[in-house]
Design a binder for this molecule. Structure first.
Ligand SMILES: Nc1ncnc2c1ncn2[C@@H]1O[C@H](COP(=O)(O)OP(=O)(O)OP(=O)(O)O)[C@@H](O)[C@H]1O
Ligand SMILES: [Mg+2]
Length: 312
């Protein structure tokens, strides 16, 4: 697959504060690429550099094979951008603002109505944007970003300030754009759920450093190999597994369940060996990390990174 966006060793300081350091990743055509990290991690700085709003101190960006800053205008022709706090003409209506964006992007006015409908703004489209809520401004920002059918869409926290319904609508739009139009999307959030719902791969960033760049299941299972099992003879299972090699950690969970951390044993073999002991296995499934756990474990990931940087 073609590489649409490549980011190589980006670093940026604001005064003495390092916002990002050595950020490297690449995004393939048609991929939805999530950037996940807590507040202040460096998501917006990274996306602002990619979209030419901030100059990096070091590093290179290439979009559609075109280099920054030399070929910036050409590179941005097919890019739609939603920044963290999109700006509009407040004394103009949503439609009037969209017309201005159409002129800038050389898009047809006929795109405006269906797009405003898609982002759920059609009923308010004649109202002045100055009276819009944060969520409505976000929807209008997204509408402007997708005008002109961009091949690459860069969305900085498109779901922040949106209610659950708005979040669903936006994520559904991202999915549709990716599946139907084959639009490549780079989307940031500090909510794992949002990133998980749409992304093929995720970049985890914290304190300006990339900690991880892989698929969501790999992110949530990184480090430990934990399984939940529900059996018909929990005490027998506990006693048996407690003495078995290939089990790193074992814990009872309630009446009939155990959590098992495997080390050198495959989950299918765990199932087989329990059944061979006459223990009925009702459920066996991997336990994924929650986002809260993941963010709490960021220190550990920084440590890991210092020893061996996980590859893409
Ligand atoms: N214009 C600026 N001037 C000074 N410091 C800045 C500026 N922009 C970002 N920073 C700093 O750089 C670091 C990264 O900020 P950034 O906005 O990229 O984080 P973020 O991951 O987008 O966070 P959030 O989830 O809160 O949006 C933070 O410590 C922030 O304070
Ligand atoms: Mg941000």
């Amino acid at each position: 697959m073609k590489c649409i966006l490549s980011v190589d060793n980006l670093s940026k300081k604001f005064g003495r504060k390092t916002a990002i350091s050595g950020v490297t990743f690449s995004v393939k055509e048609g991929e939805v690429f999530g950037i996940l990290g807590p507040n202040g991690a460096g998501k917006s700085t990274t996306l602002s550099i990619i979209t030419g709003l901030v100059r990096p101190d070091e590093g290179k960006v290439e979009i559609f094979g075109r280099k920054f800053p030399g070929e910036f205008i050409k590179a941005m022709e097919n890019v739609g951008v939603l920044v963290e706090n999109p700006g509009f003409y407040n004394h103009f209506s949503a439609v009037e603002n969209m017309k201005l964006f159409c002129r800038l992007k050389k898009a047809s006015f006929s795109e405006i109505k269906p797009i405003l409908k898609n982002v759920g703004l059609l009923p308010q489209c004649r109202r002045k944007v100055g009276g819009f809520s944060q969520g409505m401004r976000k929807r209008l920002g997204l509408a402007a970003a997708i005008l002109g059918h961009p091949r690459l869409l860069v969305l900085d926290e498109p779901t922040s300030n949106l209610d659950p319904r708005g979040t669903q609508d936006i994520l559904q739009m991202v999915r549709t754009l990716s599946k139907k139009n084959k639009t490549t999307v780079v989307i940031s959030s500090n909510l794992l759920h949002d990133i998980e719902a749409v992304s093929d791969r995720v970049l985890l960033i914290d304190r300006g450093e990339v900690l991880f760049c892989r698929s969501i299941p790999e992110l949530l299972q990184a480090g430990e190999n934990t399984y939940f099992i529900n059996v018909d003879a929990p005490d027998k299972a506990f006693a048996y597994l407690n003495n078995l090699s290939g089990i790193k950690h074992l814990k009872k969970l309630g009446e009939s369940s155990l959590s098992v951390v495997l080390s050198g044993m495959l989950p299918e073999n765990l199932n087989k060996t329990l059944v061979a002991q006459g223990i009925g296995v009702k459920e066996l499934r991997p336990v994924r990390r929650t986002l809260q756990e993941l963010f709490l474990q960021l220190e550990g990931l920084h440590e890991l990174r210092n020893h061996a940087l996980p590859s893409e």
